[in-house]
Design a protein around this ligand. Structure first.
Ligand SMILES: [Fe+2]
Length: 492
């Protein structure tokens, strides 16, 4: 009721000049109008927005410069794939609307032995939609609980948030099996809906939007099984991306402004300043060096090959929940020890959560089993794909327990320095693949400016920090210490 007034007073614009899009309209616009396609089917899925939880339609950018986005049908609250998944997020003791990715990570440790039970909660309807059996849920009647006593009868005692998941126990395995089972049912449902959307539209391209499009396992199966040749997922398919979607919808559909390409990258944030880092680190007596571009890349490749962990800040901050190479922690992807060191000294997180690899797009298929269209889905890390058997032993730090990885395939046009760094690392290790995880500590947002990256660097096990052309090496490292001592001797 008060949204218009709140926006109006914050931005100082009269209320009648504020336009509203429907939530799934913004998801659809964010998915379609940022994708490099002129005509595509559109599928948006989330927990709920207004009343819609899933919508299907299509979009077209016409030669005369006009744009259409059509909405065919929608499924409404409380029948929601996002809410079904979130209910299991709550049941498994994680935070609803935030920790869904942990359920997906945990699924890799389980087997889908409880699929029949999950299918009691959701059934397909003759019109191709689905309905939840509301006896098992309570999210639609109270904000206190997601699931009912009947749900507990079916799946057993829920996990308490502070209980450690021990996968060596029957209890821990039951939780992993729950995660694997709901994951399987959500995937199956999405694949079937995408299949019928493909038959209905006959189009080769599909744009996916909404928070459920962050589920990389489901996206990979939609690509492989629905009949669409290419699946586009924007860098921020969740609600943050609705800001871009709403703006594009107003521009292209409401004001009928002529069609323009939206740049095909996620780097819309503030730019990092290497000289800011140099100033900060110099005052603290760390080893600070400024490099020419090519030399910097070679030096960082040396660091990574020597087993150092690198905080990498480059250009403009990513928009969306994935670190796509501008605010990343990079490391050698080969050993389990590296994964454990990152979990222990930097990310302080559950050991069942995998790290992601980054690889130049040209050679992505050499290391990962990508279906046709897989490199597009990997552009913004939107798909999970198997690591090729022959490389498993050398990619242990980025391979999930089920043999998969959430790959980012880097295009030199989108992130030239990261691409060059991968190639330089490949010349040293024989394999241009790095571990790439978001540059933040557990529970903190991704770093933005140099000062935030530097503060994080000081508080964790990152060895080397890069911002722009500046490289900082931690004073406590033996090599760095030797250099500082030498400099002090020279000064003396
Ligand atoms: Fe949403």
């Amino acid at each position: 009721m008060w949204i218009r007034g709140i926006i109006s007073s914050h931005l100082g614009v009269p209320g009648h000049r504020i336009l509203f899009t429907e939530h799934h309209q913004s998801h659809a616009a964010a998915a379609f109008l940022t994708a490099p396609t002129r005509r595509a089917a559109i599928l948006t899925t989330d927990a709920v927005g207004e009343w819609a939880t899933l919508s299907v339609g299509d979009g077209e950018r016409l030669a005369n410069g006009s744009t259409t986005i059509r909405h065919f049908r929608e499924i409404r609250f409380p029948h929601s794939l996002g809410m079904l998944y979130s209910t299991f997020t709550a049941y498994l003791g994680f935070k609803v609307n935030e920790d869904e990715y942990k359920v997906m990570g945990l699924a890799g440790y389980g087997r889908p032995t409880l699929v029949e039970q999950v299918r009691k909660l959701i059934h397909r309807t003759p019109d191709g939609a689905f309905a939840l059996d509301l006896d098992y849920f309570e999210f639609h009647t109270t904000a206190e609980r997601s699931y009912s006593l009947r749900f507990i009868d079916l799946f057993g005692t829920p996990r308490r948030p502070y209980e450690v998941i021990n996968l060596d126990t029957t209890e821990g395995q039951r939780f992993a099996d729950c995660a694997a089972s709901v994951q399987r049912v959500v995937e199956d449902t999405l694949v079937e809906i995408a299949q019928s959307l493909h038959q209905e539209t006959g189009l080769p391209d599909l744009c996916l939007g909404g928070g459920v499009a962050l589920n990389g396992l489901a996206n990979a199966r939609i690509l492989a099984e629905s009949g669409f040749e290419c699946v586009f997922v924007p860098p921020a398919p969740g609600d943050a991306g609705c800001a871009i979607g709403a703006a594009l919808y107003a521009d292209r559909i409401w004001f009928k402004n002529p069609d323009r390409d939206v740049p095909d990258h996620p780097f819309w944030g503030p730019t990092v300043d290497g000289s800011e880092l140099a100033r900060l680190a110099h005052d603290d007596d760390h080893v600070v060096e400024e490099f020419e571009d090519g030399t910097l890349i070679e030096q960082i490749a040396d660091d990574l090959a020597a087993g150092l962990i690198v905080g990498w800040m480059e250009g403009a901050l990513e928009f969306g929940p994935r670190a796509l190479g501008h605010r990343s922690i990079l490391a050698a992807p080969h050993s389990v020890e590296m994964r454990d060191r990152l979990n222990r000294e930097i990310k302080y997180r559950e050991p069942f959560r995998p790290f992601a690899p980054v690889v130049p797009i040209e050679v992505a298929s050499r290391y990962f089993n990508l279906p046709p269209g897989g490199t597009r889905l990997s552009r913004f890390m939107s798909g999970v794909f198997p690591v090729r058997d022959e490389w498993l032993s050398r990619l242990q730090a980025i391979t999930h327990v089920d043999g998969t990885a959430r790959v980012q395939a880097v295009d030199a046009g989108m992130a030239p320095r990261l691409h060059a760094l991968l190639e330089a690392y490949g010349r040293r290790s024989g394999m241009p693949v790095l571990l790439n995880t978001s540059f933040n500590l557990a529970g903190e947002p991704i770093v933005n400016r140099a000062v935030e990256g530097y503060a994080t660097f000081l508080r964790c096990g990152i060895d080397v920090l890069v911002a722009g052309q500046t490289r900082v090496m931690k004073r406590s490292l033996p090599v760095a210490r030797a250099r500082v001592e030498k400099r002090e001797e020279e000064v003396a």
